[in-house]
Write a protein that binds this ligand. Structure first.
Ligand SMILES: Cc1cc2nc3c(=O)[nH]c(=O)nc-3n(C[C@H](O)[C@H](O)[C@H](O)COP(=O)(O)OP(=O)(O)OC[C@H]3O[C@@H](n4cnc5c(N)ncnc54)[C@H](O)[C@@H]3O)c2cc1C
Length: 331
């Protein structure tokens, strides 16, 4: 079919997810002269798709947007297109172990398909929780697209220096994130719980410690619900509360954590998870079994889904390690 990669029955490697980690895993497999299929739901589901400027990417001293970087990676993958197929949008629905390796079921071009592989790399990432304003999550998108609302401490906190910042969230994670942000010397930090009781349900001792740390650092908490956002034209994060009061900040910051850890497929394969919901791997990014703690043969987990740091250099490094290990051990 012109314009579409040809789907084979089996590959050396199947990569589930084609964000920064999955595209790198596919590229590396092709460079090592293995056949691979990268099955991706679509770039707009990558965490970085809405990152307007990333400053820690080697080779881009003026920064680069997440979607431009994904485009570069997809272009590199096409250079090994004789060995590696990039199927998108392709939604993987299940992965099963077989005597020869794995069977991966997915929907592509509105058809259910299955491919077989000797080894599988899980690279589905995680999904950020968005604040719902006016009952919708997409209200926040314009502020996120203009880098006026950020999600990632290690990626974006350096941009908070000297600025007033509103951290949206209500739990212990939010409180710790607000305190952590102070390291980058913002002008001020405030917490907006968006109608939720602050630290509700948090163990009383921990709640007390967090409250006193916030009071000591002069981080106020506003519990009113957010009714409307504004200030886009002025490059501000302006909030109008349900009671009509307004506050204006230089930046908003999510203290909401993750909406989805994409744990269904790794759980069905018997993977071990850490306390935060990440898949536990060894140094070679082999997924460890929940019951024995031993590596599950031929199964790797890379990028944000794996226990480690959530960043693009880490996504690339884990992808490289997994595919080189697979080359040496299974392929
Ligand atoms: C706003 C923001 C700014 C950021 N800025 C930076 C930065 O400046 N520097 C930095 O290093 N990092 C940054 N990050 C973090 C970075 O985006 C992630 O670490 C990186 O995207 C992780 O790569 P990944 O491949 O593991 O996951 P992702 O890039 O999220 O990709 C996961 C892919 O899996 C696919 N997928 C999921 N489930 C399925 C399924 N069932 N079937 C098929 N496909 C599936 C999705 O379509 C997606 O393409 C930022 C994150 C955010 C949210």
């Amino acid at each position: 079919m012109p314009g579409f990669p040809r789907l084979r029955e089996s590959y050396d490697l199947v990569v589930v997810g084609g964000g920064h980690a999955g595209l790198q895993a596919g590229l590396k497999a092709g460079l090592l002269h293995h056949s691979a299929a990268v099955l991706d739901r679509g770039p707009k589901y990558s965490r970085s798709f809405y990152a307007p400027r990333m400053d820690n990417i080697p080779g881009f001293p003026d920064g680069i947007s997440g979607h431009a970087l994904l485009d570069h990676q997809a272009a590199a993958l096409r250079r090994v297109g004789d060995r590696v197929g990039y199927f998108s949008p392709a939604l993987v629905t299940r992965v099963d172990r077989t005597p020869e390796g794995y069977a991966v079921a997915f929907d592509w071009l509105k058809q259910p398909r299955t491919v077989h592989a000797r080894a599988v790399v899980l690279a589905m990432g995680v999904v950020d929780r968005m604040p719902e304003v006016g009952g919708k999550i997409d209200t926040i998108f314009p502020w996120a697209n203009f880098a006026l609302f950020d999600f990632c401490l290690f990626c974006d906190a350096h941009d908070m220096t000297g600025r007033s910042v509103a951290v949206v969230g209500h739990d212990a994670y939010t409180a710790r994130l607000a305190l952590e942000l102070l390291h980058w010397e913002p002008r001020s930090v405030e917490i907006l719980t968006h109608g939720w009781p602050f630290l509700g349900g948090v163990e009383p001792g921990e709640a007390l410690a967090l409250r006193s740390a916030l009071a000591e650092q002069r981080v106020p908490v506003h519990e009113a619900e957010l009714a409307e956002l504004g200030g886009l034209r002025e490059k501000e994060f302006r909030v109008r509360f349900a009671d009509g009061a307004e506050r204006t900040y230089d930046r908003g910051f999510s203290g909401l954590g993750w909406y989805s850890m994409h744990s269904e497929i790794p759980r069905s394969l018997g993977c071990r998870f850490d306390g935060d919901g990440y898949v536990v791997t060894d140094e070679d990014c082999r997924a460890l079994a929940a019951d024995t703690g031993e590596p599950i043969p031929g199964l790797y987990c890379v990028g944000d889904l794996r226990n480690g740091w959530n960043s693009i250099p880490e996504a690339w490094a884990t992808a490289e390690r997994a595919v080189i290990h697979a080359y040496a051990s299974y392929l």
